[in-house]
Design a binder for this molecule. Sequence first.
Ligand code: FAD
Length: 481
Amino acid sequence: MSISNNSPRFAVLGGGITGLTAAYRLSQLAPRASVEVFEASDRLGGMLSTRREDGYLIEQGADSFLKKLPWAVELCEELGLGDELLPTNPQSRRALVVRDGLLHPVPEGFVILQPHRMLPMLRTPLLSWSGKLRLLQERWIGSPQGLQEADYDESVASFATRRLGREAFERLVQPLLAGIYTADPHQLSLAATMPDTVEALRKHGSLTRAAFEKAKQDAARDEESESQASGARYASFVTLRRGLGHLVETLAERLPAEKIHLNTAIQSLAKTENQQWIVRPEGGDSFDPYDGIVVALPAPRAAAIVENLDTRLSDLLGKIPYASSGIVCMVYRRDQIARDLDGFGLVVPTIEKKNIIAASFSSVKFPGRAPDDQLLVRVFLGGAMQPELVDLPDERLQALAQADLVELLGITGQPLRVDLVRWQEKMPQYHVGHVQLVDAIEKRTADFEGLELAGNAYRGVGIPQCVRSGDTAARRLAART
Ligand SMILES: Cc1cc2nc3c(=O)[nH]c(=O)nc-3n(C[C@H](O)[C@H](O)[C@H](O)COP(=O)(O)OP(=O)(O)OC[C@H]3O[C@@H](n4cnc5c(N)ncnc54)[C@H](O)[C@@H]3O)c2cc1C
């Protein structure tokens, strides 16, 4: 059924990057429509939050995005921000990993699960000789049962341990993944987080062979090969010169200010007899009915607001777990730091038994984040493996972050500045079976015309996937007008 109304009314719930993209796209595709955004907090952007102060540019949440998945770059270009896109510093494009308290670079060519070059793997002090020999056997490890089935899945930990060996998993894969997903790798779904790896194994029978073939293709196309990257593929990331908050501000400018409702938490959704949607805010009266809704909220919130509409859909949404993390952003003078900052940051394997998960050297990674003689560093704690840390008082959380950093970087003296932010229950955890769970959620949602779910809970946590998700939701609603 299509919307007969000449000026349809749409509501977007959630003012993060997903919701803002959806609202912007709806206003573009249906210019006569009224598009309203409802945001529970007092600011837009969700996990995109840039603080510009005293000559510092501090990203309190996400700090960059992949350009290989083109949707966020395309959105920036469409909004006139193409010239503002900033690549990572071409020097020091690598991550450091802690072993026995010391920092070593991720071996060149090792990208999360795939060794693209063997020589750097053999030279790295991050693995013992037996660990290296075990890694070399990867190409002879048989494929797992069911690999060719569409619903094949297993945990990243079991997959990586079987193929690369326990040591490579514990010393390389686990810390690199923790820096991205803040997840428990024994629960993290391979199919949901690394579908390319599954495809590569299906096609080539081994990750080593797949990496070798990919390097050959890249060389033929004269592209920067993964074999030159290490760890987090930093060459593939970009940010905005004025921070990711600039994207949020630009999207917000494209929407009428009176249609953005901050401090308005939505409590429930209901459907009217004539197929319109009733949106009820917490502690307030329902708004006039809407013709279509984009729910761009964390899954537990989405579960709560659809509970009265459909308990089955609510139950499915409630099955997506979330993890919390804390970020302590600190500034030091460079002369306080003994160690060379020859990487974009460091990751800490769980077996090193430290408090911090990772640290990102923001002002090394991107120019213009701090004065040249200073380091702005963001230290990550908590996640699915140490959730209790996020609830510690500020001083305690800061002390833990500082203590580990001081030891690893050889820092003397106190930071010049400290900012602390907590992201409580903000990071969805894609556990084994996530793809099937999302299939079921989407199938159930399709029963409700005019209802679209979007956001990081479903088919990718990265900013590009969120942009695509918001964009797709908007296009589907606009197609009904
Ligand atoms: C610490 C951290 C670092 C990250 N770094 C990166 C990175 O560098 N690159 C990258 O690509 N990705 C990164 N991510 C992931 C990425 O930032 C997020 O997945 C993405 O920003 C999520 O956007 P979203 O709009 O889907 O959700 P959110 O940003 O969570 O937005 C949802 C919004 O809904 C609002 N809301 C909640 N309940 C209600 C309600 N009842 N009514 C109305 N509004 C409500 C919230 O206040 C929030 O503003 C990072 C995530 C974290 C936590």
